[in-house]
Design a protein around this ligand. Structure first.
Ligand SMILES: O=C(CO)[C@@H](O)[C@H](O)COP(=O)(O)O
Ligand SMILES: [Fe+2]
Length: 221
């Protein structure tokens, strides 16, 4: 299976979410990445489950990939499931009860993901590998779009691919932060299954379709 692209709505025009989400899906991509920030876990605020609920009828084919950058993420599983999320990712650093939280996400019928801040080692997931469907490697510090890529954090992609093989696990490896035409191909070669891209898609000077096409071109067939 080829690499999936997950356009990140954080970089979309917030006054035209529906239109921009539809433009991203019209390119043939299916995932939509939804960045939820609470002003506590990260120094920025975005939106909540109502955005997924509102987009759902406009984008019935979308896979809503929710990235919770919030403290106490377990409190938000139910509202996002009810709104129509398909994948819910919590931060390893945000909950002391990671296994329970992942189990609750799966129990609710969603893919269960864990995000790793740049300083968090993949080994911290060793004892929850069987509870995971997705690991989100942050290649910037979470909180903002348009930041500089951290190559040290990207090294985790290959390490996770190795850990996955050794453990006989099957989680997807997703990468989030400064995914663009310079970084995408290397990340895919290292083992990324999903590439989250905000600025590279929604801030492309020729529009959303051109942003997706440029990434697809460097990724190859
Ligand atoms: O989770 C985050 C930021 O915290 C991301 O999903 C950003 O939306 C990525 O934006 P770009 O780096 O692609 O502009
Ligand atoms: Fe994100």
């Amino acid at each position: 299976m080829g690499v999936l692209l997950a356009p990140s709505l954080l970089a979309a025009d917030h006054a035209r979410f529906g239109e921009q989400a539809q433009a991203a899906l019209a390119t043939g991509e299916h995932w939509l990445h939804v960045d939820v920030m609470d002003g506590r876990f990260v120094p920025n605020l975005t939106f909540g489950a109502e955005v997924v609920r509102a987009l759902k009828p406009l984008c019935p084919e979308a896979v809503f990939d929710v990235h919770l950058m919030v403290v106490e993420p377990e409190r938000y599983i139910e509202p996002f499931v009810a709104a129509g999320a398909h994948a819910i990712t919590v931060h390893q650093e945000a909950t002391p009860h990671l296994q329970r939280t992942l189990a609750a996400i799966r129990e609710a019928g969603c893919l269960a993901g864990v995000a790793l801040n740049p300083a968090t080692p993949p080994e911290t997931l060793r004892y929850v590998l069987g509870d995971l469907d997705l690991v989100l490697v942050m290649t910037v510090n979470p909180g903002f779009g348009g930041q500089a890529f951290l190559p040290s954090a990207a090294r985790k992609v290959g390490e996770l691919a190795q850990l996955r093989t050794e453990a006989g696990a099957s989680f997807k490896i997703s990468v989030d932060g400064s995914v663009n035409v310079k970084t995408a191909a290397g990340l895919a070669r290292d083992g990324a299954d999903v590439l989250v891209a905000g600025s590279a898609i929604f801030n492309h000077p020729e529009g959303v379709a051109a942003g997706v096409a440029a990434l697809r071109e460097v990724l190859g067939p």
